[in-house]
Each structure stands twice: as C-alpha cells, then as structure tokens.
Write a protein that binds this ligand. Structure first.
Ligand SMILES: Cc1ncc(COP(=O)(O)O)c(C=O)c1O
Length: 423
C-alpha cells in the first residue's frame, strides 16, 4: 500500500536534490552514458565507484614527472614518490576513524588480510579456532581456511560459523554473542565482514570486539563495504585490525589498493610476528641497506614494497574529495538517500519486493538488497536495458547502492520508476 505521506513524484526528488548540500560533488564525476547519450542511473558504487574527473589529470602529473625526471622523481617533482603512501594517510584515517599511525594504504585486500592473519591469528594448543559469518565473502573464507591448513588445522573442525536462523537472512547479534561464548576459550580469532556484501547488514564493531576480547580472542573486520560508506570508528571500537579496498565507495578505480588498520596497542610490539619487507624498515636508514630490520613505529612497519605510485594516484585523488565533503556529511546524506529508496520500494508492497537489508539506519550503509518475488534474470536485463546499472545476485536479489558522493535523489527515483515499470 502506498504511504499517504510519501510524495512519489519526480518533483519531490528534485526538491530533495536542491536541498542537498553535497549536490555539487556529482559534477566532479564521470557518469557512464548509454548509447543514446543519456546518463545511466548508476547505483553500483558498492561494487565499483565512479571515476572522479580529476583522476586523469592526477595520473598525467605523475607520468609527466616520470617523463621529465626519471629516477629523480623519487625525491623531486611535485609529489616525490618515496613518501607517496603518506600523502593518503590523513584522509584515509578520517574515513575510517583511526589515528594516523594506525592506517596505511598498501597491497590489496586479500593480501592484507593474509598479512594480518600472520600477525593476529596465532593459534596454540588451547586456542586455534576462527569464527566467521556463514555468508562471509568467498575470499575471506578462502583466506582463513588456507591459514588454518597452513597452521596444521582442519577447517572442518576449526572454522566456526554464525548462521542466520532458519528462515532468516540476517545475523542476530545475540547469536553472535552466544557463538563467541560457546567457543570462547578455544577461539583464537573472530573475523567479520562489515558491512555484509550480500545483505547490506552492518554489524556492531565495538560490541563484537568487546565480546571477543572478553573471551581472549583477537577481533578483525573486513570493511570492504564499509569504508567510505558508514561512519567507521575503528580506533574507538578497539578492534585489533581491519582491512578494506578502495575500489567501491572510495572510487579508487578497478582493483585499486587496500587499506589496513592496526590498533595502536599492537604497534611497536616486537612480540607480534609479521611478514616483513624493506618498506617497513626505518625511513632514515632504509637506503643504507643494513642487515637488521628496524621497524617503522606504527602500522607502516607492515609495508613490504615501495609504493605503487600509479595505483596510488587515483586513491589519493579520490580521498581529497572525501576530505572536502566530510565523511559525516556523506553519511548524513546517505541515510536520507537510502531512506528515500526504502520508502519508495515499500510502496511496491512486501508481496512483490522484500528488502533484506535491516530497516534500522545504524544497521546498514548505503546498500539495500532487494529480494524480488518470482523474478528471474530477465528483470535485471530489462532494467539494465532501460538505463539502470545495479547488480544481480542469484537467485533473485538486486543490490542497489546510492553513493552519497555522486548519486542524487532523482537517480533513486528513476531506479524506482524503471523497476516498477518492469515488474
Ligand atoms: C567483502 C569483500 N571482501 C574481500 C574482497 C576481495 O577483495 P580483493 O579482490 O581486493 O582482494 C571483496 C571484493 O569485492 C569484497 O567485497
């Protein structure tokens, strides 16, 4: 039943856009165009964020430095390359709510997850189990299973999962707590995806961390779907580590670099094992090629290689926009944008489309996962033909993620109208 309070006209969507203090940021992005020259309704920032128009120029700048300076570009030029990763740290720390020495941009997500597991999954004869969510992203599952086998354990025995209850799709917080309590004295590590890539459920990082720590386990998070999306407070949450990627909400480009957070209580602790490389070594003596490893104080000690400058350029360039917009402002807009999407979808009736994602704003980010009853892939193909880019997960779930950085209320309205016309 249509809510009597909701104005479903395009004019209403446009009024909302006119009141949006962040509306000008859309102009800073390339919005993909259809064959007829019209812009797509792009609601897929949870998969790949759009390209800022300034990215090309920023890459050209470094190509120019390379062209003009060759190896001297490491120390000269507009942005000398040796400390290039440092340029990203302040904005990245703001995005995830961390202190500067707790955050570094390096490698890619799954690589970083393995590096974190080397340091924070340290099984012994009393504790060796790992707890994950049953619907963990496949790469996370593969990473923890291979780490278990690497340490001589059988995942069938040592990998514990929390499932949604029979007939439900979301995880109940109390079930996570119960599982932690059940395996508490044997749990070495807890790893959750946050926000869940499929359901869009945002789990309470601090609470899970507290439950895990009470039972003596290390607690880490895969924040691929949370970074640049929700207001993460990684430092205050107290979690031990987190990893994320920069190609989704952070608009760093396809396959772009990963981010790592290690809580400051673990920094400069020589008892923590770590896979090491020369870029984690003391900056003052790195080029003296000394024999003994002298770790940089802070999370940079986990770096292995020198910064891949050309891959870092788009990430830094995009982070500048995040700094300008402010993560809290983006989150405020996101709550309205996704709330508006939810209200529109609810007018279709639960018997036609069910929203899997939690309705509480603090338990979700931008994404809504829509379960369309009796739909097939044809529906997805039809809305794509009509100019919508979202993604489809078998058997019949559409993931829709209005990104507050560049999506408008009109985008949401257009998606809703195209979906409705194709049901
Ligand atoms: C939740 C989640 N975890 C891990 C990954 C894997 O990331 P990468 O391929 O950068 O290692 C992805 C990729 O989309 C993801 O969505």
């Amino acid at each position: 039943m249509e809510s009597p309070l909701l104005d479903t006209t395009i004019d209403h969507a446009r009024q909302k856009d006119a009141q949006d203090p962040l509306r000008s940021f859309r102009e800073l992005f390339h919005i993909p165009k259809q064959a007829n020259g019209e812009e797509y309704v792009y609601l897929c920032g949870n998969s790949l964020g759009l390209q800022p128009k300034s990215t090309r120029k920023a890459i050209s700048q470094e190509l120019q430095s390379w062209q003009d300076l060759g190896v001297e570009g490491h120390f000269q030029g507009k942005n000398p390359w040796v400390p290039y990763h440092e340029y990203l740290t302040e904005a990245m720390a703001e995005v995830v709510g961390a202190k500067l020495h707790e955050v570094v941009t390096m490698n890619t997500l799954t690589v970083n997850l393995h590096l974190m597991l080397v340091s924070f999954y340290r099984p012994d004869k009393n504790r060796h189990k790992i707890l994950i969510e049953s619907d963990a992203f496949p790469s996370d599952r593969f990473a923890v299973e291979s780490q278990l086998r690497f340490h001589g354990y059988d995942p069938a025995e040592a990998l514990i999962e929390v499932n949604p209850r029979e007939g439900e799709t979301l995880l109940r917080h109390e079930d996570i707590k119960t599982k932690i309590e059940q395996h508490g004295d044997q749990l070495a590590l807890i790893l959750f995806g946050n926000t869940n890539y499929y359901t869009g459920q945002f789990l309470p990082i601090k609470q899970i961390t507290d439950w895990g720590h009470t039972h003596g386990a290390m607690v880490g998070f895969d924040c691929a779907h949370a970074a640049g999306n929700v207001d993460l407070q990684l430092h205050d949450s107290g979690c031990d580590f987190a990893v994320w990627c920069t190609y989704k909400y952070l608009n760093g480009g396809p396959g772009s670099l990963g981010g790592v957070f290690v809580h400051e209580r673990h920094l400069n602790n020589n008892d923590i094992p770590r896979f090491e490389g020369w870029w984690g070594h003391n900056k003052d003596t790195r080029f003296q090629m000394r024999d003994d490893f002298d770790p940089i104080p802070g999370v940079e000690a986990w770096q292995l290689s020198c910064p891949p400058v050309m891959s870092m350029v788009p990430v830094w360039n995009s982070l500048k926009l995040f700094k300008e917009a402010g993560i809290k402002n983006l989150r405020n807009k996101s709550v309205s944008l996704t709330g508006y999407l939810e209200q529109l979808i609810l007018t279709l009736g639960d018997e036609v489309v069910t929203i899997i994602t939690p309705s509480e704003e603090e338990q979700r980010g931008a994404q809504l996962s829509l379960f369309v009853k009796n739909a097939s892939r044809t529906l997805f193909e039809n809305i794509s033909r009509d100019g919508v880019i979202v993604d489809w997960r078998e058997p019949n779930v559409i993931r829709v993620a209005p990104a507050p950085m560049y999506n408008s209320f009109e985008d949401v309205w257009k998606f809703f109208t195209i979906l409705k016309n194709n049901l």
